[in-house]
Design a protein around this ligand. Sequence first.
Ligand SMILES: C[S@@+](CC[C@H](N)C(=O)[O-])C[C@H]1O[C@@H](n2cnc3c(N)ncnc32)[C@H](O)[C@@H]1O
Length: 139
Amino acid sequence: METAPAILGEAGVADRCEIVGGDFFTSVPSGADAYLLKNVIHDWDDEKSVVVLRNCRAAMGPGARLLLVETVLPSIMTKDNVIAFADLGIMVGCGGAERSEEEYRELFDASGFTFTSITEVLADGQQTGFHVVEATPTA
Ligand SMILES: C[S@@+](CC[C@H](N)C(=O)[O-])C[C@H]1O[C@@H](n2cnc3c(N)ncnc32)[C@H](O)[C@@H]1O
């Protein structure tokens, strides 16, 4: 809340933003077209993640979209997967977890969302390590 105004100002988008504080375990601002959470859900175990996602769901109209920007585990892990260390780090650091597409689908099922797509995030054609995992409110 304190640093956002300067960052948004430097980026030249402050006039398009409203900064709203709050606790996403209690509620999330309602009525937006999209709800984007980057590196947020991976901080939490499944139970707490479902609380956050259900609060997003409650805030969303039927046409809104949920976008999770996260590091996504491959369906088959090998000993060479660097991402396994990220998974271990987030578990030790805050009790969270990196998740596979299937595990995000399970979180969505438990919180009133339907998985729609997963898109790799590239920058100048290079991998960033992030994916956008997208869902819509289940009718
Ligand atoms: C790992 S950081 C990610 C920050 C940013 N999205 C990024 O990718 O750099 C997790 C964010 O969740 C926010 N957060 C943690 N608990 C929260 C809560 N109960 N309600 C709202 N935000 C919370 C923190 O303030 C922090 O900004």
